[in-house]
Design a protein around this ligand. Structure first.
Ligand SMILES: [Zn+2]
Ligand SMILES: [Zn+2]
Ligand SMILES: [Zn+2]
Ligand SMILES: [Zn+2]
Length: 339
């Protein structure tokens, strides 16, 4: 948290140090989450964990990719691809700064805009991690976290020029039917949305470059359009009605085709289970495109395979599923245990 405060403090006067401190903060927060599980998890691969060396600081610690890997496999609370990508960019930027930064660049406005974009984006993901997904672990820092959130919003000012330059382009796109909403990261009304409902699309923020996978459906309660972003939960902005992955699935499946399949006894032909979020019946085959899409975690499985034991479709690897089962059943071995 100190490193984050430092990064904010130095942003305008010493952008180079702001980048370095921001990067250190990202790494430390991810390692802190691993360490909450067990201290040995932050010792780099190939090094024997040794408590005495650990407390003396005499050890090599994990890289970002190793840490992400362990969070997924051991802590079972991994980072999404977009999160990893945004943190990797922070690391790349830091290395560039360390080696190629010249004092003369210090007042360069476009450099500051670049840094502001990256830090806002990375903070958007980091804030979701420590404020939501890992909230329990970072609970004792919650005051500091909201303080930093407030301060980082100040970077918004550095992006005003970019937004001003985009105004004509945005207006043009609006004429063509695109809809712009406030970006959750930089707060400019620059997140570009497809006009059509019931299609999956990528919403790109023209100011900061934040990317979210979105789908819009009609509210089940009023006539407003409801937008889902990156997850299967949302509230209608018109009437407040809560919508979950089931509402989304219902809108995305071709009901006519699914009805015929069900009549033929093929009940689950258009619906399956997700290996990534462990969702039960959250993956659906999307009408027209016939691609698979998880309405809970928004990943798009390449293929769905039938479990040889329970016959459910799933995006999990089904090798040996007759014996071992899938993520929703225990296979034949589980059956015998219950005997
Ligand atoms: Zn943005
Ligand atoms: Zn509504
Ligand atoms: Zn999922
Ligand atoms: Zn199964």
């Amino acid at each position: 948290m100190d490193f984050l405060s430092k990064a904010i403090e130095e942003f305008d006067t010493h952008p180079k140090y702001s980048v370095i401190h921001f990067h250190a903060a990202v790494e430390l927060i991810i390692k802190a989450r691993l360490m909450h599980e067990h201290w040995s998890l932050i010792v780099a691969k190939g090094n024997e964990p040794d408590w005495d060396k650990f407390v003396a600081g005499d050890f090599q610690s994990v890289t970002l990719d190793e840490a992400a890997n362990r969070l997924q496999r051991i802590v079972q609370s991994g980072l999404t691809q977009t999160e990893i990508e945004s943190f990797r960019n922070i690391a790349k930027h830091r290395n560039k700064m360390l080696h190629f930064f010249h004092v003369a660049d210090k007042s360069d406005q476009s450099l500051k805009q670049d840094i502001a974009r990256q830090q806002l984006k990375a903070w958007y993901y980091l804030h979701q991690l420590i404020g939501e997904r890992w909230r329990d672990v970072f609970a004792s820092h919650s005051n500091k976290i909201s303080e930093i959130d407030q301060e980082l919003r100040g970077l918004h000012d550095f992006l005003q020029v970019i937004f001003d330059n985009l105004k004509a382009k945005i207006l043009e796109a609006e004429y063509a039917g695109f809809v712009f909403t406030e970006c959750p990261s930089c707060k400019f009304k620059a997140q570009e949305h497809e006009p059509d409902i019931e299609v999956i699309y990528v919403a790109d923020c023209l100011v900061c470059g934040l990317i979210e996978t979105c789908v819009k459906i009609e509210c089940k309660n009023c006539n407003e359009v409801v937008t889902f972003s990156d997850e299967g939960h949302t509230n209608c902005l018109g009437c407040g009605a809560y919508h979950n992955h089931e509402d989304l699935a219902e809108a995305l499946i071709d009901q006519g085709v699914a009805f015929i399949a069900a009549k033929e006894g093929n009940y689950d032909a258009y619906i399956g289970n997700c290996a990534d979020c462990d969702g039960y019946h959250t993956v659906v085959q999307v009408k027209e495109t016939e691609t698979w899409f998880c309405t809970e975690c928004f990943i798009e499985p390449k293929q769905m395979v039938t479990c040889e034991w329970c016959n459910e479709l799933s995006s999990v690897d089904m090798e040996g599923s007759y014996v071992r089962g899938c993520n929703q059943c225990e296979g034949m071995s589980g059956w015998h245990e219950n005997d």
